[in-house]
Design a protein around this ligand. Sequence first.
Ligand code: C2O
Ligand code: CU
Ligand code: CU
Length: 478
Amino acid sequence: MNSNSSLFLSRRGFLLAAAGVAVSTSMRPARAAAVDERRIKVTPAHARLIDTGGPQTTVWAYDGTIPGPTLRLRQGQPVRITVENGLDEDTTVHWHGIRLANAMDGVPGLTQKPIGPGQSFVYEFTPPDAGTFWYHPHADSLVQIGRGLAGPLIVEEAEPVAVDRDFVWLLQDWRLAADGQIAGGFGSAMDASMSGRVGNVVTVNGTGPGDRSVKAGERVRLRLANASLARMMALRFEGHRPVVVAIDGQPCDPHEPEGGRLVLAPAMRIDIVLDMQGHPGSRHAVIDDFYDGLAYTLTTLAYDAAPPLRTHPLGTPAGLPRNPLPQPDLAGAERQEIVLQGGMMGGGKLKGVGGMIGMGMMGMNGGAAWAINGMSMTGDGHAGMAPQFTLKRGVTCHLTMRNETAWWHPMHVHGFSLSVISRNGSPVPHRQWQDTVLLAPKDVIECAFVADNPGDWMLHCHVADHQMAGLMTVFRVT
Ligand code: C2O
Ligand code: CU
Ligand code: CU
């Protein structure tokens, strides 16, 4: 498959490229050939999301757990994942952020036939990039992700990174009814045309706001992933100074976030290095204060009583090794523009969506509430989606995304990582690459990527309601 693309180097080739050296004796090509075999089953299940004392919440889950099992893969090692569908409806799995062959991307109609009830599908890929990713369905996404289908996908660096502990917090937002069950009303016109289905319970790895125990003096790598349908988050670690080392799986220059806030929109990931500088026995809240006046404690870091692991604080963490991303050539780039339109403006009016749309049908039953460049593609993906633009393989695409709406949109590109160049005319620092770029109302973002991976690729808002209601498009690389 695609053997002439830089994305699909063998492990041996990858190591050579990464190290920039001749073959060393430590290479074991025999091992490179070994395929990592995994199975995941999608089924209804029960989970104790919050302690109500009442019955558990009925959810949909990977292998019966919320979130799904953490898939820890190795950079450059082929993996084969068999997904079995035990639901009563079609599903697929999308490996969010992994640069892989188009046929493995999990978009129903566009890249594969959906996996019917009782059927399975075998996904095969070799992750070229180390980092923090996640997996989720791309069929009936609003309902399936909203009922719990999401799991962390970690690709380990060839050489382990020096930290005392490495763990992930997969964050999920749930809209629960008074009886503790998942509320109905998915895809309401209001959710679709405004901020999406924001819920009322947030879990960290499937549980409510309990304590996370930590040790004084330890250095941890914490991988944050926002698997919410719609909830934006801005996390503050009271009494701590997190250092961002990767965004959307891709290493960046280590830096402290502005105002100490980690802004994490749906589908985004941020890896931080956190030095536990609190006193033994102390407690520190982790607060999400994205929405004005709606701050809440996500969880609490609870130090155990043991004396500090080390007496002197460690220095600034070193950057992670960069992934083998092709460097955009801006001078020779092809320019494309994506304009985000629509949404409720107040007074029940939609802006910019195909002329007049009555209140009655807007965003309802798959109706459009949003558009990209005047076109509304709704749903999860289907056959025959005409590409918005076509790129010749190998060209650099200089992509401008312009948000003309009054709402926030985490715009996600399948199959590629984008080098983020500027936001509203100001250069974006820290050499950031992202697959999910958050646009505030009226933001203009410029980014670039090398179109080295052929196929039809999705580009959509990751607020699931927005995607379903038209904030989605497709581009082609030939
Ligand atoms: Cu996280 Cu279209 O995907
Ligand atoms: Cu994706
Ligand atoms: Cu959106």
